[in-house]
Design a protein around this ligand. Sequence first.
Ligand SMILES: Nc1nc2c(c(=O)[nH]1)N[C@H]1C(S)=C(S)[C@@H](COP(=O)(O)O)O[C@H]1N2
Ligand SMILES: [Mo]
Length: 396
Amino acid sequence: MSETIDSSRRRVLAAGAGAMALAGLGSLAPQVSATSKNPLPDFASWKDQQALIVHSATTLETKRGREGTSGITPNHELYVRNNLPAPEETITKDRDGWEVAIQGVKHPRTLTVAELKTMGIETVAAVLQCSGNGRAFFDHKASGTQWEVGAAGNVLWSGVPLRAVVEALGGLVDGVNFITSTGGEALPEGLDPKSLVVERSVPLAAQEHALLAWEMNGEPIPLAHGGPLRFVVPGYYGVNNIKYVKQVAFTAKQTEAAIQASGYRVRPVGEKGAPGQQSMWEMNVKSWVTNPLRDVVRGRVQISGVAFGGARALAGVEVSIDGGQTWRKARLVGPDMGRFAWRTFVLDTDLPAGTHSVASRATDSEGNAQPEHFPENERGYGHNGWRRHAVKVTVA
Ligand SMILES: Nc1nc2c(c(=O)[nH]1)N[C@H]1C(S)=C(S)[C@@H](COP(=O)(O)O)O[C@H]1N2
Ligand SMILES: [Mo]
């Protein structure tokens, strides 16, 4: 699918701090040229290049069709999205020694990962998805990485439930409305930290399922995905899942960091981001076909893909092979890994000769179905419209 990406939108940007500040949030990433042979950046050199579209040194997308059908996205195929250059690999040398400050509790403290490991363990399967996944499907050419479907994956996260940590530290102080977590990147000197820091606030209700995670898919979290410690908020967009987390604060107000105050806000095309607008918190219901993607021989075919409810459980998926005129219920396969996970869907069918528009449409447990079209918004967030996610399949 990388062929469909408009190469004219890519630019070569110096990665210097000054250029980063001038470029503003959303275009901080050092861009690289658009050949399919872009090298993997050093911090992610262990990934499977064949499975990835390298948009830039800080934005890697999983190719459509590489999601597989077994339900979990392997680490070496998972997308990467960094707003700032990743910290030095050395921060993963002493994983148990990594420290996180917990604020807004009765007994605020800095805890090491070793200490967190004594407080509780839970595992949750959750979709990690960038707010801009599907941005390429908007007609207004929203600025930012032109993700199609691959800025998403389904991950098994292990760590301590945030609630257990709060309990161990005496409970919350009064007046808390948000959980504000801060990334551990070193910030360039001489610039306003608020303009660059990756610091996000989510509503306190997110506490119920949040984890401080040190393991993903059975391995210590790699640096590229936020090791040694990551704040994981199941059901919420990727940006809220803070990598190399160094502070978690229970706060009365949302952070004034630009990435929260004006970034990741849904607004009409042409408008600037502002605190009053909808923040990219809870994810919406979504699905897409991952097989077949182009040509198949006539006869029996297993149409398959992935589907998830976002913040709510997935209720079901339908598939259309005639561009949405008729729909058939797909079968969900593999284990149900819970409310926040994605699931593989399959429709066993025959495709006659010709060209078919194959679409999928998921519904969540509250009856919200993917819309046919998704409204445009300035930064191209949250696209779950089924028509633009459909694939054209030609049967010889
Ligand atoms: N510390 C930190 N956390 C971060 C980011 C970042 O740049 N720094 N990027 C966020 C965004 S926008 C997304 S989509 C996800 C991407 O997670 P991944 O790179 O593990 O796929 O991490 C989020 N957490
Ligand atoms: Mo993101």
